[in-house]
Design a binder for this molecule. Structure first.
Ligand code: PLP
Length: 497
């Protein structure tokens, strides 16, 4: 087959597309007329989603993301025409905003679990993403909250001294993360409201309209949400190769994105990945960094390393040792490490975190820092001053805190060891757990997952469904209730299969 013959085939297809486009626009005009008469909104996000979902199975897997883009562009053209035809812009909200009903599954399930607990003693609330003690109440570190009490009211009431956060806080957080002194790359920090804010700074300043953000196939939902907010395209990589955690698919997907976009923005949530509790080995990190370094010869590479659960790693040194591999990055790369005080200091409501920008390229480091500052100023201005002082103090004198945290990590380990052991005994399929708050039951089929979640709720067990599994938040379940839970989960899984 030569290029001329192939072009003839494409010409014929394009003729058909033109014919179909004409027919489609005639139908669109009728819809516009009806919408005008009935005063109905032009935008209908749910219908767009439904059309894509209905037709996508016909499309080869490798073209699905392109098909989505094609349809989204088609919808945009149709809506532009409808608005022009009706002669008005009926959308107060910007055209590409998704204003379909928004619910956070974890919050909904958590409320249902609390209601169930009032009625049934055997209720398991596996939805709580925060660390709770054996009394079922949120765990608070005395060392942290006594330091907070000692912060003078006037400091708590004050604005931070700088938009990027107080210097002593930023340096304290950097030293905390760089506990092994293995990060030698120049860095700059921008404080943010939680790890969420830090990730938002990184995503919002690298992902523009149509840009691809790569993140895990089973992941914390906010990566996708943020990507959508900035008009980006979410694409995922598989965390597993067969039954093993692997970086192979990250590399494959990065190759593909580099080829199409000539730039890669990659999110890795490690160590203690949410929701699976998987952590890469040091060797896997080395392989990944070696790969990204060579990839950056072809175009810019940004790695966002979300370390939200870092301090609940079983080994507080092992969890940062891989960071030495960041040192070898080329001038065409940057890493943003996103830190969360929510987990490390059990301070979810204090809304504090940090974006640590690393780059060997001085200009790039300055550009990222300045862009982050601008975003921070416009999105939230500055962050919790009193809690910055608290964290600075705790990090400067960490002995009591470290002892308290050790107890918490040991308690978590008792729960997860027991669960993993019993899951193994009863053959409950879980992702290969290593560290952290959560264990996830592997359920690839969406319908099965929905049936499983509902049936468990009938059985008073509440967990949060993710894209490829059901997350059991062992961080929030007392040991006595963890005992036997895997068996209970397996029995219901067998029932719904
Ligand atoms: N990253 C992951 C994987 C998370 O699960 C969370 C919160 O649940 C965050 C980041 C951000 O947390 P926060 O904004 O409370 O620091």
């Amino acid at each position: 087959m030569n290029i001329e013959e192939t072009r003839k085939r494409i010409d014929l297809i394009d003729e058909k597309i033109a014919e179909l486009f004409q027919q489609r626009m005639e139908a669109v005009e009728q819809i516009a007329e009806l919408k005008k008469d009935n005063n109905t909104a032009v935008n209908d996000v749910n219908r767009e989603k439904a059309i894509i979902e209905k037709n996508e199975p016909e499309i080869d897997d490798k073209w699905k993301p392109y098909y989505r883009r094609f349809m989204e562009n088609l919808f945009a053209v149709s809506k532009d025409y409808q608005n022009d035809y009706i002669g008005k812009n009926d959308s107060l909200i910007k055209k590409d905003a998704d204003f379909s009903v928004f619910r956070v599954k974890a919050f909904d399930s958590s409320n249902a679990a609390k209601a169930s607990a009032k009625l049934h003693d055997d209720t398991i609330n596996g939805t709580v993403g925060s660390f709770c003690g054996e009394d079922g109440k949120l765990y608070t570190f005395n060392s942290v909250y006594s330091a907070f009490e000692n912060v003078p009211d006037i400091r708590k009431a004050s604005y931070a001294s700088k938009i990027e956060g107080n210097d002593d806080y930023n340096e304290a957080v950097f030293s905390w993360v760089n506990r092994l002194n293995n990060i030698k790359v120049p860095h700059k920090c921008v404080a943010a409201p939680g790890g969420t804010g830090a990730i938002c700074l990184a995503v919002g300043n690298t992902i523009g309209k149509g840009d691809i953000l790569l993140y895990p196939d089973i992941a914390w939902g906010s990566y996708k949400l943020m990507c959508g907010q900035f008009g980006g395209k979410a694409e995922t990589y598989n965390l597993l190769d067969g039954d093993e955690l692997s970086v192979k698919d990250i590399m494959r997907k990065c190759e593909s994105v580099m080829e199409r976009q000539h730039k890669v923005v990659l999110v890795v949530n490690d160590p203690c990945q949410n929701p699976t509790g998987m952590s890469f080995t040091k060797q896997q990190w080395k392989d990944l960094m070696d790969f990204l370094i060579s990839l950056s010869e072809r175009g810019p590479v940004m790695l966002i390393d979300d370390i939200a659960y870092l301090d609940f790693c079983n080994d507080s040194e092992r969890c940062t040792s891989y960071m030495e591999y960041f040192n070898n990055m080329t001038d065409n790369m940057a890493v943003v490490i996103t830190f969360s005080c929510s987990k490390s200091f059990t301070a979810y409501g204090m809304r504090l975190g940090d974006a640590i920008i690393l780059s060997n390229n001085e200009t790039q480091l300055d550009h990222l820092f300045n862009a982050f500052l601008r975003s921070a100023r416009s999105w939230w201005s500055n962050v919790n001053n009193g809690f910055m002082d608290t964290v600075t103090e705790v990090i400067r004198h960490p002995e009591t805190y470290l002892a308290e945290k050790k107890t918490a990590v040991e308690l978590l380990k008792k729960r997860t060891d027991l669960f993993v052991k019993q899951a193994d005994e009863c053959k409950l399929p879980i992702y290969p757990y290593s560290d952290g708050f959560f264990v996830t039951i592997r359920v690839d089929d969406k319908d099965l997952l929905n049936r499983y979640t509902s049936k468990l709720e009938e059985d008073h067990v509440f967990c949060v469904p993710f894209s490829k599994g059901l997350r059991v938040a062992l961080c929030g379940i007392p040991l006595a209730k963890v005992d036997g839970l895997a068996y209970r989960l397996k029995r219901v899984l067998d029932e719904v299969k």
